[in-house]
Design a protein around this ligand. Structure first.
Ligand code: NDP
Length: 285
């Protein structure tokens, strides 16, 4: 029987534990607030009283806590128990945090893999769930069949920070989408219900998502010459969005930073380029 320890039974850790239990793994669970383990004990999990007990219970330890500071605190008293273990940390954080944890954990004789979960808890185990990994490729390969229980896996790099970097980049794309959705919906809300508006918005965003592939090509080639929608024209149009927002009593906070970047680009002589040229104005050095 395969075994796994799950440290952290928040919304996501619980979904991970549930999936392994469904697949008949021997599952040890630990959570700072032990009462959250109740439902999983009823389904056959074993309660680890301490994080050290959780680590001792299996060779594969999956950690999913709120942040890497919590991971650091949780492992502080358990570093001596890590020899020979594989730690898969699925906690969201920065690339540097992942690298520092890896150095510490590998220094205590364990293998370390960091993961970025691109899924909500209810998606875990579904064909839509993806987890990005980086760190020890050897450990990843050894446990890939176990990790596939949770989601599709993509191993990015032996640079342990790579999964977190791509995770936060994808989340940034998601927040851009959410901000666009919220601002657009706020503009029409006085006349059109949000659900009805998605009939127009979702196909439009789908078309624009395709458009970003052409933008990506321009960025990789460093050639931004406009193919029809230059920044100077878009700067006029974006002011119309801001003016309409004011008239609709909607904040322009989501859209104003985009206008400011366009203004910078036009002042720097890029008015005739496509919007992809803004990539060089996002850099801070
Ligand atoms: P929750 O807020 O539901 O759970 C947080 C977990 O962290 C709990 O187990 C909590 O323990 C524990 N925790 C918090 N602080 C500490 C601490 N100082 N020491 C020990 N344990 C601590 O978060 P989620 O489960 O939703 O998220 C977990 C991770 O998964 C996060 O990094 C999140 O970004 C990531 N993630 C979440 C997604 C989601 O949609 N939920 C999607 C993709 C990634 P306690 O119960 O005692 O409070």
């Amino acid at each position: 029987m395969s075994s796994v320890s799950i440290l952290g039974l928040g919304a996501m850790g619980s979904a991970l534990a549930a999936r392994f239990l469904e697949e008949k793994y021997k599952v040890a669970v630990w959570n700072r607030s032990p009462e959250k383990a109740g439902p999983w004990l009823d389904k056959g999990a074993n309660l680890a009283q301490t994080a050290v007990d959780g680590i001792n219970a299996s060779d594969l330890i999956i950690i999913c806590l709120l942040d890497n500071a919590a991971v650091q605190t949780t492992l502080a008293g358990a570093l001596g128990q890590l020899q020979g273990k594989t730690i898969v940390n699925l906690t969201n954080g920065t690339p540097d945090q992942a690298r520092k944890l890896s150095d510490q954990i590998v220094g205590h004789g364990a293998r370390y893999v960091h993961g970025g979960i691109m899924a909500t808890p209810s998606m875990i185990g579904s064909p839509y769930a993806l987890i990005l990994y980086s760190g020890s490729q050897e450990a990843f390969k050894a446990h890939e069949p176990d990790l596939l229980v949770l989601a599709k896996c993509i191993f990015l790099s032996e640079d342990t920070g790579a999964a977190s970097l791509h995770d936060v980049a994808l989340l940034s794309g998601m927040y851009g989408l959410f901000s666009g959705f919220l601002h657009a919906t706020a503009l029409v809300r006085s006349s059109t219900p949000a659900v009805k508006f998605t009939d127009l918005l979702v196909p439009w965003l789908g078309a624009m998502t395709e458009y970003t592939k052409g933008m990506a090509k321009q960025i990789d080639e460093g050639k931004y010459a406009s193919e029809g929608s230059n920044i100077a024209m878009q700067l006029v149009a974006i002011q119309n969005i801001i003016d309409t927002s004011a008239a609709q009593q909607v904040s322009a906070d989501f859209i104003r930073p985009m206008k400011q970047l366009m203004e910078k680009a036009v002042v720097a002589g890029h008015g005739g380029d496509d919007i992809s040229a803004l990539i060089d104005f996002v850099k801070t050095s």
